[in-house]
Design a protein around this ligand. Structure first.
Ligand SMILES: Nc1ncnc2c1ncn2[C@@H]1O[C@H](COP(=O)(O)OP(=O)(O)OP(=O)(O)O)[C@@H](O)[C@H]1O
Length: 345
């Protein structure tokens, strides 16, 4: 299979770059800031896992990158550059080419990607024909090539299946084939393996990792599952109440989490063995109400180490190690946690 088209982005430049990305939903009783100042940078061949509890803004961040949010109700601020282009400035035709051709998305539920009343192979061929202006025969040939690449058994026959005629794992493979059909450079994966049983989940994760390396794809992988994140990610970004509270090298963050929220997520299991299927635990306290966030650090009301200064303002990103940063005032020089202060007394 041929590789994605060459990028206008010079080598070493990020493929995806968000700066101070915000998303505000209006139209409800009170406005909601679902994404609050997200900075994400991602190069070709890199995989970043976005980790966080339900409602932390992971999916909204992905949808903003593809401009899939309802424009009347969602206001996007800050900047998003993908493959050297300002996503907010894309015209209607450019946006249609951008979706699928530059950035593609896979979901937990392949039903979101496929129309149930058309054969799967035809839908993939159609996407190729529309994007690349090729004949039906070429579109069909590419669909077959992709089915073989994602290792769908009896690929030629399976092209004629309707989505419901495939098993969950096979539909997931078909959705990956569809996502790759127009040779994107960036793949957004929104919990693509969550609904699958453990064996199929690992097969799909391995396939994604393999395709990512083969095509040099930049991948943002949303997950609740710590085991999945550590399995696939080069870097990790932990979200809480719409904000990235800790980010950096995946192994480093997992080994030495610096934010009390990340620590809460990671050290809840007595054995500390994060295998796939390890869902994020419930941290004591209520999940944040995005319509009424406290001043300063949004996690403070649930944080065992909170102190009055946490309410003074949103903490800046502070280096926690050579390869990761966190937004917690405990990292400021001279600030001592309550636990440390008690131990010292
Ligand atoms: N269409 C919408 N209209 C209004 N508010 C929305 C809309 N979509 C999302 N939100 C708000 O944005 C918040 C973040 O949603 P998002 O789907 O990004 O969370 P998530 O971290 O992906 O969680 P999950 O894992 O449950 O999908 C939600 O809690 C909700 O308050």
């Amino acid at each position: 299979m041929s590789s994605p088209s060459s990028s206008p982005v010079p080598t070493g430049q990020p493929l995806v770059e968000t700066k101070d990305l915000t998303v505000d939903f209006t139209g409800g009783a009170r406005p909601v800031r679902a994404v609050a100042g997200v900075d994400l940078t991602l190069g070709a061949g890199e995989l970043v896992a976005l980790l966080g509890e339900s409602g932390s803004g992971k999916s909204v961040t992905l949808r903003a990158l593809m401009r899939l949010l309802p424009e009347r109700r969602a206001t996007t601020g800050g900047s998003i550059r993908v493959d050297g282009r300002d996503v907010a400035a894309l015209g209607r035709k450019e946006l249609a080419r951008f979706r699928g051709g530059t950035v593609a998305m896979i979901f937990q539920e392949p039903g979101l990607a496929f129309d149930p009343v058309y054969r799967v192979g035809d839908q993939i061929a159609e996407a190729v024909m529309r994007h690349e202006g090729v004949s039906r025969r070429s579109g069909r040939a590419r669909a077959l090539e992709l089915f073989e690449r994602v290792r769908i058994p009896s690929a030629a026959t399976r092209l004629d299946n309707y989505p419901h005629e495939m098993s969950g794992g096979m539909r997931q493979r078909a959705m990956i084939a569809l996502a790759l059909a127009c040779r994107p450079k960036v793949l957004l994966a929104d919990e693509p393996t969550t609904a699958l049983d453990a064996t199929v989940q690992i097969q799909i994760l391995l396939l994604l990792r393999e395709l990512q390396r083969e095509f040099g794809l930049a991948v943002i992988f949303v997950t609740h599952d710590i085991g999945v994140a550590t399995e696939v990610a080069d870097r990790i970004a932990v979200m809480y109440a719409g904000r990235i509270v800790e980010r950096g090298d995946c192994r480093d963050v997992i080994r030495a989490p610096a934010h009390p929220y990340t620590r809460g997520l990671l050290f809840s299991r007595a054995d500390h063995a994060f295998t796939k299927g390890t869902r994020l635990r419930t941290i004591p306290g209520s999940p944040p109400d995005l319509t009424a966030l406290p001043p300063g650090c949004a996690f403070a009301p649930r944080c065992a180490e909170a102190m009055p200064a946490c309410s003074a303002g949103v903490p800046e990103e502070i280096a926690a190690s050579e390869t990761h940063v966190a937004r917690c005032i405990l990292l400021r020089p001279g600030v001592q946690s309550r636990t440390d202060a008690t131990a010292a007394a």
